[in-house]
Design a protein around this ligand. Structure first.
Ligand code: UDP
Ligand code: MG
Length: 310
Protein backbone atom coordinates (compact mmCIF):
# COMPACT_ATOMS: atom_id res chain seq x y z
CA UNK A 1 0.00 0.00 0.00
CA UNK A 2 1.30 3.43 -0.89
CA UNK A 3 2.07 5.75 1.97
CA UNK A 4 -0.81 8.10 2.71
CA UNK A 5 -0.42 11.86 2.98
CA UNK A 6 -2.08 12.04 6.37
CA UNK A 7 -2.03 9.77 9.39
CA UNK A 8 -4.57 10.51 12.08
CA UNK A 9 -3.87 9.01 15.50
CA UNK A 10 -6.78 8.61 17.93
CA UNK A 11 -6.15 7.17 21.41
CA UNK A 12 -9.19 5.37 22.80
CA UNK A 13 -9.75 4.20 26.35
CA UNK A 14 -13.26 3.02 27.22
CA UNK A 15 -14.77 5.13 24.45
CA UNK A 16 -17.57 2.79 23.29
CA UNK A 17 -20.02 5.68 23.40
CA UNK A 18 -18.00 7.94 21.13
CA UNK A 19 -15.89 5.80 18.78
CA UNK A 20 -18.50 5.44 16.02
CA UNK A 21 -19.32 9.14 16.00
CA UNK A 22 -15.64 9.95 16.15
CA UNK A 23 -15.02 7.77 13.10
CA UNK A 24 -17.96 9.31 11.25
CA UNK A 25 -16.91 12.93 11.87
CA UNK A 26 -13.24 12.28 11.14
CA UNK A 27 -14.04 10.42 7.92
CA UNK A 28 -16.30 13.22 6.77
CA UNK A 29 -13.62 15.85 7.33
CA UNK A 30 -10.75 13.75 5.97
CA UNK A 31 -12.62 12.84 2.79
CA UNK A 32 -13.31 16.51 2.20
CA UNK A 33 -9.61 17.33 2.28
CA UNK A 34 -9.13 15.12 -0.78
CA UNK A 35 -5.88 13.78 0.70
CA UNK A 36 -5.06 10.11 1.09
CA UNK A 37 -5.10 9.13 4.73
CA UNK A 38 -4.95 6.41 7.36
CA UNK A 39 -6.88 6.54 10.61
CA UNK A 40 -5.16 4.79 13.51
CA UNK A 41 -7.14 3.95 16.63
CA UNK A 42 -4.93 3.01 19.56
CA UNK A 43 -6.95 0.95 22.02
CA UNK A 44 -5.34 1.65 25.37
CA UNK A 45 -6.54 -1.40 27.28
CA UNK A 46 -10.25 -0.57 27.18
CA UNK A 47 -12.50 -2.74 29.30
CA UNK A 48 -15.70 -1.96 27.41
CA UNK A 49 -16.73 -2.59 23.80
CA UNK A 50 -14.26 -0.12 22.30
CA UNK A 51 -12.06 -2.79 20.69
CA UNK A 52 -14.83 -4.82 18.99
CA UNK A 53 -16.33 -1.57 17.70
CA UNK A 54 -12.96 -0.43 16.38
CA UNK A 55 -12.36 -3.78 14.71
CA UNK A 56 -15.78 -3.59 13.10
CA UNK A 57 -14.88 -0.22 11.61
CA UNK A 58 -11.51 -1.47 10.48
CA UNK A 59 -13.14 -4.48 8.81
CA UNK A 60 -15.37 -2.19 6.70
CA UNK A 61 -12.86 0.54 5.98
CA UNK A 62 -9.31 -0.42 5.04
CA UNK A 63 -8.07 3.10 5.72
CA UNK A 64 -8.69 2.44 9.40
CA UNK A 65 -6.06 0.63 11.47
CA UNK A 66 -6.16 -0.50 15.06
CA UNK A 67 -3.34 -0.92 17.55
CA UNK A 68 -4.46 -2.94 20.54
CA UNK A 69 -2.41 -2.46 23.71
CA UNK A 70 -1.90 -5.38 26.08
CA UNK A 71 -3.16 -3.20 28.93
CA UNK A 72 -3.79 0.44 29.80
CA UNK A 73 -0.48 2.24 29.28
CA UNK A 74 -1.93 5.74 29.40
CA UNK A 75 -2.79 8.46 26.94
CA UNK A 76 0.78 9.63 26.29
CA UNK A 77 2.07 6.16 25.38
CA UNK A 78 -1.02 5.49 23.28
CA UNK A 79 -0.36 8.53 21.09
CA UNK A 80 3.34 7.60 20.97
CA UNK A 81 2.50 4.12 19.66
CA UNK A 82 0.18 5.62 17.05
CA UNK A 83 2.82 8.04 15.85
CA UNK A 84 5.49 5.30 15.79
CA UNK A 85 3.32 3.10 13.60
CA UNK A 86 2.10 5.87 11.29
CA UNK A 87 3.40 6.26 7.77
CA UNK A 88 1.81 9.51 6.56
CA UNK A 89 3.77 12.56 5.42
CA UNK A 90 2.05 14.41 8.22
CA UNK A 91 0.61 13.01 11.43
CA UNK A 92 -2.36 14.45 13.31
CA UNK A 93 -3.08 13.47 16.93
CA UNK A 94 -6.63 14.03 18.12
CA UNK A 95 -8.76 12.92 21.09
CA UNK A 96 -11.58 10.50 20.43
CA UNK A 97 -14.24 12.41 22.35
CA UNK A 98 -14.61 15.20 19.76
CA UNK A 99 -13.54 17.87 22.24
CA UNK A 100 -10.95 18.73 19.62
CA UNK A 101 -13.12 19.47 16.57
CA UNK A 102 -11.97 17.42 13.53
CA UNK A 103 -13.04 20.37 11.38
CA UNK A 104 -9.81 22.13 12.42
CA UNK A 105 -7.68 19.48 10.66
CA UNK A 106 -7.99 21.02 7.14
CA UNK A 107 -6.72 24.31 8.58
CA UNK A 108 -3.75 22.47 10.09
CA UNK A 109 -3.04 20.78 6.76
CA UNK A 110 -3.11 24.16 5.04
CA UNK A 111 -0.51 25.56 7.45
CA UNK A 112 1.61 22.44 6.96
CA UNK A 113 1.45 22.99 3.19
CA UNK A 114 2.70 26.51 3.84
CA UNK A 115 5.81 24.95 5.35
CA UNK A 116 5.15 24.68 9.08
CA UNK A 117 6.46 21.43 10.53
CA UNK A 118 4.35 21.57 13.69
CA UNK A 119 0.85 23.01 13.76
CA UNK A 120 -0.61 22.93 17.25
CA UNK A 121 -4.18 23.49 18.34
CA UNK A 122 -4.47 26.33 20.82
CA UNK A 123 -7.58 26.36 22.98
CA UNK A 124 -9.02 29.84 23.15
CA UNK A 125 -12.10 28.66 25.02
CA UNK A 126 -13.12 25.51 26.86
CA UNK A 127 -16.74 24.42 26.97
CA UNK A 128 -18.54 21.82 29.03
CA UNK A 129 -15.72 21.14 31.46
CA UNK A 130 -15.88 21.58 35.22
CA UNK A 131 -14.69 24.84 36.72
CA UNK A 132 -12.10 22.76 38.59
CA UNK A 133 -10.68 21.31 35.36
CA UNK A 134 -10.55 24.71 33.68
CA UNK A 135 -8.90 26.31 36.69
CA UNK A 136 -6.30 23.58 37.24
CA UNK A 137 -5.48 23.49 33.52
CA UNK A 138 -5.02 27.25 33.40
CA UNK A 139 -2.79 27.31 36.48
CA UNK A 140 -0.84 24.25 35.34
CA UNK A 141 0.09 25.62 31.90
CA UNK A 142 1.22 28.94 33.36
CA UNK A 143 3.12 27.34 36.21
CA UNK A 144 4.90 24.98 33.81
CA UNK A 145 5.79 27.91 31.60
CA UNK A 146 7.51 29.65 34.54
CA UNK A 147 9.28 26.49 35.65
CA UNK A 148 10.91 25.56 32.34
CA UNK A 149 13.31 27.07 29.86
CA UNK A 150 11.72 25.14 26.99
CA UNK A 151 9.12 27.18 25.17
CA UNK A 152 6.05 24.99 25.60
CA UNK A 153 2.96 26.81 24.27
CA UNK A 154 0.27 27.42 26.92
CA UNK A 155 -3.32 26.12 26.63
CA UNK A 156 -2.19 23.55 24.10
CA UNK A 157 -3.00 19.87 24.33
CA UNK A 158 -1.89 17.00 22.14
CA UNK A 159 -4.19 18.02 19.29
CA UNK A 160 -1.60 18.88 16.66
CA UNK A 161 -0.20 18.09 13.24
CA UNK A 162 3.45 17.16 12.91
CA UNK A 163 5.51 16.59 9.81
CA UNK A 164 7.11 13.18 9.17
CA UNK A 165 10.51 14.70 10.07
CA UNK A 166 9.23 15.66 13.52
CA UNK A 167 7.64 12.25 13.96
CA UNK A 168 10.99 10.57 13.21
CA UNK A 169 12.80 12.94 15.59
CA UNK A 170 10.33 12.09 18.32
CA UNK A 171 11.37 8.45 18.05
CA UNK A 172 14.86 9.46 19.13
CA UNK A 173 13.55 10.50 22.54
CA UNK A 174 12.74 7.25 24.33
CA UNK A 175 11.62 8.77 27.64
CA UNK A 176 9.27 6.67 29.70
CA UNK A 177 7.50 9.32 31.74
CA UNK A 178 6.51 11.09 28.58
CA UNK A 179 5.08 14.55 28.31
CA UNK A 180 4.70 14.39 24.55
CA UNK A 181 3.74 18.01 23.90
CA UNK A 182 6.80 19.13 25.89
CA UNK A 183 9.12 16.83 23.95
CA UNK A 184 7.69 18.11 20.67
CA UNK A 185 8.43 21.70 21.76
CA UNK A 186 11.88 20.70 22.94
CA UNK A 187 12.69 19.29 19.48
CA UNK A 188 12.38 22.72 17.90
CA UNK A 189 11.22 22.90 14.26
CA UNK A 190 9.01 25.49 12.67
CA UNK A 191 5.69 25.71 14.45
CA UNK A 192 2.54 27.77 14.43
CA UNK A 193 -0.81 27.69 16.28
CA UNK A 194 -4.31 27.20 14.97
CA UNK A 195 -6.89 28.51 17.38
CA UNK A 196 -10.03 26.58 18.28
CA UNK A 197 -12.73 26.33 20.90
CA UNK A 198 -12.57 23.16 22.93
CA UNK A 199 -16.00 21.59 22.87
CA UNK A 200 -17.95 19.50 25.31
CA UNK A 201 -17.25 15.77 25.35
CA UNK A 202 -19.53 14.06 22.78
CA UNK A 203 -20.51 11.36 25.29
CA UNK A 204 -19.11 9.46 28.26
CA UNK A 205 -16.95 10.87 31.01
CA UNK A 206 -13.37 12.03 31.23
CA UNK A 207 -10.72 9.31 31.31
CA UNK A 208 -8.43 11.66 33.22
CA UNK A 209 -9.38 11.40 36.90
CA UNK A 210 -7.55 13.59 39.41
CA UNK A 211 -4.93 10.91 40.06
CA UNK A 212 -3.96 10.77 36.37
CA UNK A 213 -4.01 14.57 36.17
CA UNK A 214 -1.54 14.85 39.05
CA UNK A 215 0.70 12.19 37.57
CA UNK A 216 0.54 13.97 34.21
CA UNK A 217 1.40 17.36 35.72
CA UNK A 218 4.31 16.00 37.73
CA UNK A 219 5.66 14.17 34.67
CA UNK A 220 5.56 17.46 32.79
CA UNK A 221 7.38 19.39 35.49
CA UNK A 222 9.94 16.72 36.34
CA UNK A 223 10.75 16.07 32.67
CA UNK A 224 11.33 19.69 31.82
CA UNK A 225 12.48 21.46 34.96
CA UNK A 226 15.19 21.04 37.54
CA UNK A 227 13.78 23.90 39.57
CA UNK A 228 12.09 21.69 42.20
CA UNK A 229 15.54 20.19 42.92
CA UNK A 230 17.07 23.63 43.23
CA UNK A 231 14.21 24.69 45.48
CA UNK A 232 15.08 21.84 47.85
CA UNK A 233 18.66 23.01 48.10
CA UNK A 234 17.55 26.59 48.57
CA UNK A 235 15.11 25.67 51.31
CA UNK A 236 17.74 23.58 53.04
CA UNK A 237 20.21 26.47 53.03
CA UNK A 238 17.56 28.96 54.13
CA UNK A 239 16.39 26.92 57.07
CA UNK A 240 19.91 26.15 58.29
CA UNK A 241 20.70 29.84 58.12
CA UNK A 242 17.49 30.68 59.98
CA UNK A 243 18.32 28.29 62.78
CA UNK A 244 21.77 29.84 63.08
CA UNK A 245 20.30 33.34 63.27
CA UNK A 246 17.78 32.22 65.90
CA UNK A 247 20.53 30.62 67.92
CA UNK A 248 22.61 33.78 67.88
CA UNK A 249 19.53 35.92 68.64
CA UNK A 250 18.46 33.91 71.67
CA UNK A 251 22.01 33.56 72.90
CA UNK A 252 22.60 37.33 72.60
CA UNK A 253 19.52 38.11 74.68
CA UNK A 254 20.21 35.33 77.15
CA UNK A 255 16.74 33.82 76.59
CA UNK A 256 17.71 30.49 75.19
CA UNK A 257 15.34 27.90 76.57
CA UNK A 258 17.06 24.81 75.29
CA UNK A 259 14.19 22.36 75.52
CA UNK A 260 11.32 24.09 73.70
CA UNK A 261 13.28 25.95 71.08
CA UNK A 262 15.28 22.90 70.09
CA UNK A 263 12.25 20.66 69.84
CA UNK A 264 10.35 23.07 67.61
CA UNK A 265 13.38 23.75 65.48
CA UNK A 266 14.17 20.05 65.26
CA UNK A 267 10.70 19.17 63.99
CA UNK A 268 10.76 22.03 61.53
CA UNK A 269 14.07 20.99 60.04
CA UNK A 270 13.15 17.31 59.97
CA UNK A 271 9.98 18.17 58.03
CA UNK A 272 11.90 20.17 55.50
CA UNK A 273 14.48 17.45 55.13
CA UNK A 274 11.80 14.95 54.32
CA UNK A 275 10.34 17.34 51.77
CA UNK A 276 13.71 17.75 50.10
CA UNK A 277 14.30 14.02 50.16
CA UNK A 278 10.90 13.54 48.56
CA UNK A 279 11.73 15.81 45.68
CA UNK A 280 15.07 14.13 45.12
CA UNK A 281 13.30 10.80 45.30
CA UNK A 282 10.94 11.82 42.50
CA UNK A 283 13.86 12.36 40.18
CA UNK A 284 15.59 9.18 41.26
CA UNK A 285 12.42 7.22 40.57
CA UNK A 286 12.32 8.64 37.08
CA UNK A 287 16.00 7.95 36.52
CA UNK A 288 15.36 4.34 37.50
CA UNK A 289 12.66 4.20 34.84
CA UNK A 290 15.08 5.38 32.19
CA UNK A 291 17.91 3.11 33.31
CA UNK A 292 15.67 0.04 33.35
CA UNK A 293 14.94 0.70 29.69
CA UNK A 294 11.71 -1.24 29.58
CA UNK A 295 9.76 -1.17 26.34
CA UNK A 296 7.46 1.81 26.19
CA UNK A 297 4.45 -0.30 25.34
CA UNK A 298 3.53 -3.82 24.35
CA UNK A 299 1.24 -4.44 21.41
CA UNK A 300 -0.91 -7.48 21.31
CA UNK A 301 -1.73 -7.27 17.64
CA UNK A 302 -1.66 -4.74 14.81
CA UNK A 303 -4.62 -4.75 12.45
CA UNK A 304 -4.79 -3.64 8.81
CA UNK A 305 -1.09 -2.86 8.64
CA UNK A 306 0.95 -4.03 5.65
CA UNK A 307 2.67 -6.73 7.65
CA UNK A 308 -0.02 -8.67 9.52
CA UNK A 309 1.34 -10.41 12.54
CA UNK A 310 -0.25 -13.12 14.62
N1 UDP B 1 -7.05 8.15 26.91
C1 UDP B 1 -6.23 7.05 26.73
N2 UDP B 1 -5.72 6.40 27.83
C2 UDP B 1 -5.96 6.85 29.11
C3 UDP B 1 -6.76 8.01 29.28
C4 UDP B 1 -7.28 8.64 28.17
O1 UDP B 1 -5.99 6.61 25.61
O2 UDP B 1 -5.47 6.23 30.04
C5 UDP B 1 -7.62 8.82 25.72
C6 UDP B 1 -9.12 9.04 25.74
O3 UDP B 1 -9.81 7.92 25.23
C7 UDP B 1 -9.29 10.29 24.88
C8 UDP B 1 -8.01 11.05 25.14
O4 UDP B 1 -7.06 10.12 25.67
O5 UDP B 1 -9.37 9.97 23.50
C9 UDP B 1 -8.20 12.20 26.12
O6 UDP B 1 -8.84 11.74 27.30
P1 UDP B 1 -10.07 12.50 27.97
O7 UDP B 1 -10.93 13.10 26.91
O8 UDP B 1 -10.75 11.58 28.91
O9 UDP B 1 -9.31 13.66 28.78
P2 UDP B 1 -9.83 15.14 29.05
O10 UDP B 1 -10.26 15.70 27.74
O11 UDP B 1 -10.96 15.01 30.01
O12 UDP B 1 -8.64 15.83 29.63
MG1 MG C 1 -11.59 14.88 26.48
Amino acid sequence: MAKPTLSVVVPVYNEEEVINESYRRLTEVLEQTGETYELIFVNDGSRDKTLPLALEICEKDKRVKVIDFARNFGHQLAITAGMDASSGKAVVVIDADLQDPPEVIPEMVEKWREGYEIVYGKRIKREGETAFKKFTAKVFYRFLDRMTDVDIPVDTGDFRLIDRKVCEALKLVPEHNRYVRGIVSWLGYKSCPVEFERKKRFAGTTKYPLKKMIRFASDAIMSFSYKPLKLATLLGCGVSLLSLILLIFYAAFGQLNPVTSLIILGIFIAGLLFLCLGIVGEYIARMCDEVRNRPLYLIRKMHNFDKEED
